[in-house]
Design a protein around this ligand. Structure first.
Ligand SMILES: [Zn+2]
Length: 137
């Protein structure tokens, strides 16, 4: 068993140091996003990309970028992760805006999808903040 896990005294044949841990942690985090997205899709029985997917993408790609910049110092590897954070952050912002755009039902306190006119649960009419009638005078 020792010769399989620790060939020539290295765990899994890898010479471990700080940047190897950062690189492999980046790989593990980046890979785990696939499991999270798959689980969310199976649970809802429709294609779903939860915000956790974008957080894992962002964290994993930043760890891999750090590994590429400070350890590998390879231009191909650096370029591969240099700009991926842009769509991840953009998608996190859109997720947040969408979540905040939900309308709270005044009668049953359930969050209804943005731009709903009626509560999806109790059917009560919903009014957006800017539509609330202001007394004339
Ligand atoms: Zn309601």
């Amino acid at each position: 068993m020792d010769s399989l896990l620790f060939p020539s005294g290295r765990f899994l044949g890898i010479e471990w140091h700080v940047w190897k841990v950062v690189g492999w942690l980046g790989n593990a985090v980046f890979f785990s996003r696939f499991v999270v997205q798959w689980y969310a899709t199976e649970k809802r029985k429709q294609v779903v990309v939860p915000s956790a997917f974008w957080w894992l993408s962002l964290t994993g790609s930043l760890l891999l970028l750090a590994y590429a910049l400070f350890y590998q110092k390879d231009s191909v590897f650096i370029f591969a992760y240099a700009f991926t954070w842009i769509p991840y952050i953009r998608n996190l912002i859109i997720h947040r805006r969408h979540k905040h755009a939900h309308i709270l039902c005044p009668s049953c306190r359930i969050n209804c999808p943005p731009q709903s006119n009626y509560c999806s649960d109790c059917g009560a009419p919903l009014k957006a903040e800017d539509e609330v009638a202001v007394p004339a005078g």
